[in-house]
Design a binder for this molecule. Structure first.
Ligand SMILES: Cc1cc2nc3c(=O)[nH]c(=O)nc-3n(C[C@H](O)[C@H](O)[C@H](O)COP(=O)(O)O)c2cc1C
Length: 188
């Protein structure tokens, strides 16, 4: 089973290597796609080391090399589930609006697979009616949300917005994958 782990730019991006490692322990092949904001919080090298796979960050990098595959299509086809953890308010809004302006949002747009968001943000952001409407729209379209949990947030406030526990996220991935056929193809 292969999971594309999309990592976006929130404090909880520090949890992405832990989530990747927990998925690997369950026998899942993990391929990471980072937004450019995510790279401010967690390094591609950490995720590359944990996953033992290349880490993708740039929409046009491979496309500029002659003979290379169309990366966003390849990633979208050759996975079973897309997990976005942590998911920012921004990425949720972009996907809800049909925006595909970087590699991660383009992979999500091109995918016919289950997409799971593990949101993490300040409690006021999570309570924002625009974010709520985006989440409701995506849920109605079949996108899955796990969390956020209540807890002490990075800003020191207490409330809903904490990224969900790793075990809960991993279980959500494993449960959703059972409803999809496995992808056997290898990434180049
Ligand atoms: C220190 C810091 C922490 C942030 N934490 C979060 C967060 O937890 N959740 C969130 O939705 N946005 C957070 N942001 C804002 C995002 O980084 C910003 O919206 C960015 O455009 C997200 O881009 P992306 O969704 O493409 O990764 C944070 C910004 C900074 C500077």
């Amino acid at each position: 089973m292969r999971v594309v782990l999309g990592v976006t730019g929130g404090i909880a991006a520090y949890r992405a290597p832990e989530i990747a490692r927990a998925l690997k322990k369950k026998g899942v092949d993990v391929v990471c796609v980072l937004s450019s904001a995510a790279e401010e919080f967690v390094t591609p090298l950490s995720l590359r080391t944990v996953t033992e796979n290349p880490v993708f960050t740039d929409m046009f990098h491979a496309a500029k090399n002659p003979g290379s595959k169309v990366e966003h299509i390849d990633l979208a086809r050759n996975c079973d589930v897309i997990l976005v953890a942590p998911a920012t308010a921004n990425v949720i809004g972009k996907v809800a609006a049909g925006i595909a302006d970087d590699l991660l949002t383009t992979v999500i747009m091109a995918a016919e697979k289950k997409v799971i968001f593990a949101p993490a943000m300040n409690k006021a952001m999570w309570a924002n009616p625009i974010v709520k409407a985006n989440v409701e729209k995506l849920k109605k379209l079949g996108y899955i949300f796990t969390g956020p949990a209540e807890g002490v947030l990075a800003c020191g406030e207490y409330g809903a917005g904490h990224i969900e526990d790793t075990s809960v996220i991993v279980n959500a991935v494993l449960a959703s994958a059972k409803t999809k056929a496995s992808s056997k193809k290898k990434l180049s």
